[in-house]
Design a protein around this ligand. Sequence first.
Ligand SMILES: *Cc1c(COP(=O)(O)O)cnc(C)c1O
Length: 384
Amino acid sequence: MKTTRKLSLLPPYLFAELERAKAEVMKQGKEVIDLGVGDPDLPPPSGLLEALKKALENPEYHCYPPYNGTAEFRRAVADYYRETFGVKLDPEKEILGLIGSKEGIAHLPFALLDEGDLVLVTDPGYPPYSSSVIMAGGKLQPVALKEENRFLPDLQAIPEEICQKAALFFLNYPNNPTGQAADLEFLTELVGWAKKHDIILAYDNAYADIVLEGKPLSILQVEGAKEIAIEFMSLSKPFNITGWRLAFAAGNPEILEALLKFKKIVDSGAFCALQEAGVYALTREKSFPEQMREIYRKRKAILVEDLTPLGWEFYPTNATFYLWGKVPRGRKSFEYCREVLLKTGVLITPGIGFGAEGEGYFRISLTCPDKDLQKAVAKIKENM
Ligand SMILES: *Cc1c(COP(=O)(O)O)cnc(C)c1O
């Protein structure tokens, strides 16, 4: 069958390749403990489930939703930004509802790019950034995230010629996969640099609420950020509702309008009942993310404490529910993770799946019940 050439340029989706190795282990009758995908294991707050059930009974909610999100949802987002970040947003023009932030991320390049336009993406990076740029006909320029620079991009090291050409920059902090959070100093430098070179910032803040040390940050806190940036935020991770598909983008009104124009040919907005439940989450469940953070802090501490004596080495992360570990010297990340999986049944993600700069590292997701994490440690102790 003929498919578009661009589709053949996409890397095999990392998790798909690991799924195959996982199936192999399961076929041998071994148990697999999946610490690969970042998908919260714990239930959403019970009040949120009740809010969704109640919303289902509203007969008006079963029709097409407003394209840009319900007015109530956008107002709740604006209130959340004011209280959390001290940022004022116009719910009419500066907030756009999304069907999960991945949806917005994947569609943005189609709204902004012409064939051959240059886009900066971090390496390592969240795979949908580069895949959507490829599909939209853009050209990729990886920006290395190095450990010696706390996995923040070294903006001054990006050649002037590249800065001149680049149209867009995708990046995300708190960072998946490294677990590093940004600070306001870096965000301020980033906004100044992007304005100087007229580069649109697509700042993915999916883990804003999973900062384990210090305060959550929004790029929109930086003065003038709205001239050049939009920020993606999601209810998926902080409220344990990845399957619901509810998120939003906030920031520059022209960029949001362009994204909306493209979205209108693809979807018709998130189900209204979900958006009403989202209002409940943002306004009535403000303390829930802290309960989750406490659980992730404990899981991180336990795993690091148990695995370090076995020679496993971790980057000291301060955010997200991931651990970023170092592959033993001289080994390749995919081959090493495959060996761990085959010997122990524990699935961890090779850093190479996030880009060439991820080589030498692996990612462990802590979105797994405590007893399974303990079991994983025991299997590693026994078999590695
Ligand atoms: C999980 C994740 C998302 C996507 O979240 P949605 O469920 O689509 O809102 C976006 N960016 C990063 C970096 C993620 O890890």
